[in-house]
Design a protein around this ligand. Sequence first.
Ligand code: NIG
Ligand code: FE
Length: 414
Amino acid sequence: MKTLLIKNIKSLLQVRDANINKVAGKEMSVLPKIDNAYLLIENGLIKDYGTMDNCPETADEIIDATGKFVFPAFVDSHTHIVYAGSREIEYILKVKGLSYEEIAKRGGGILNSAKLLHETSEESLYEQSLPRVYEIIKQGTGAVEIKSGYGLNTQDELKMLRVIKRIKETVPIDIKATFLGAHAFPAEYKQNPDKYVDIIINEMIPQVAEEKLAEFIDVFCDRGFFTIEQTERILEAGTRYGLIPKIHANELDYSGGIQAGVKYNALSVDHLEYTGETEMEALKNSRTMPTVLPGASFFLNLVYAPARKMIDYGLPVAIASDYNPGSSPSGNMKFMMSLALINMKLLPEEIFNAVTINTAYALNSSDKYGSITKGKYGNVVITKEIPTYEFFLYAYGSDLIDTVIIKGEKLVNS
Ligand code: NIG
Ligand code: FE
């Protein structure tokens, strides 16, 4: 038995009963907290917490958090951090005036990453990707989803998923894998896209399921990418093999992707820059978590998803990083929080909920992460000394993370 005690916490944030697995609408503006608190972690799990009056006297390790806030480590429910090379030169083309879609049409974008990945060995892909996971842990992420989708043929998609599996076996945080063979059409199928959909359905999905390489299935359902019909065929096949849908929708247009996701009981629909009343109505009373990715809007100068409207409509909202080489080359969740504050007009309490409990739901793991709850993993962030928790979002460029604890182990202490 190993115990870690954090004491004199200025405020312990996001303290919840076990029966809450997500928060929606007005509830999102509530961030339950205990001031002047302690937190006890035993064998990697949260054992107890309360005010300092009841603080235990001994533990194997004690951290004094005077003047500091403690909250659950971020859960990043949408990333593409296994990739080869980088795409900064393409971004410069964008700065010079080309749009994301124009760059994609010229064989850039996702297809460029697919080409690089094809030329990269499994070993090198692993070595290039691993530091990105350590980078996000330092930035406070305690569980992450990683997608395939830069392979775009059976062999390379499996290569990506095997790399994700290997990373999962190496790093201290939990990783969930998503199969995203339907990320883009390879150039050779441009004239016959349904042929590629057939390959996804008949070759890729069965092999991914056979090797148990993914828990989720994703499709980039949007204008110029996969149509509603193609998306539905893929989700239908994925579901038959036990993969849970989590789809990219409405990034470029009111494409119907949100409705398709809800129809197939997707765990989440992500991006959502183009979301109106019809889409919000479809999401209402569904089990699907609307997930917004402010990093992509920031980096690509797109409109931001109307997260404020969604919450006012009574919906839950999750915020993830979308860390990828093309549209969001950062997995810094603290920065995503600031973007949501500044550009989406969400309140700090709503944002803390959106990056912890709601993303944990979008990872199908609300029982393990996302709140300070007895029995959940002892994954927490200890801030530096700051005046208020609002300051954490407001000081958008400052490194305010002092320590990251994953399953009761201290990983970063700057
Ligand atoms: O989530 N929108 C689709 N896919 C990624 C971008 C991938 C890329 O450009 O490499 C996204 O933004
Ligand atoms: Fe994405």
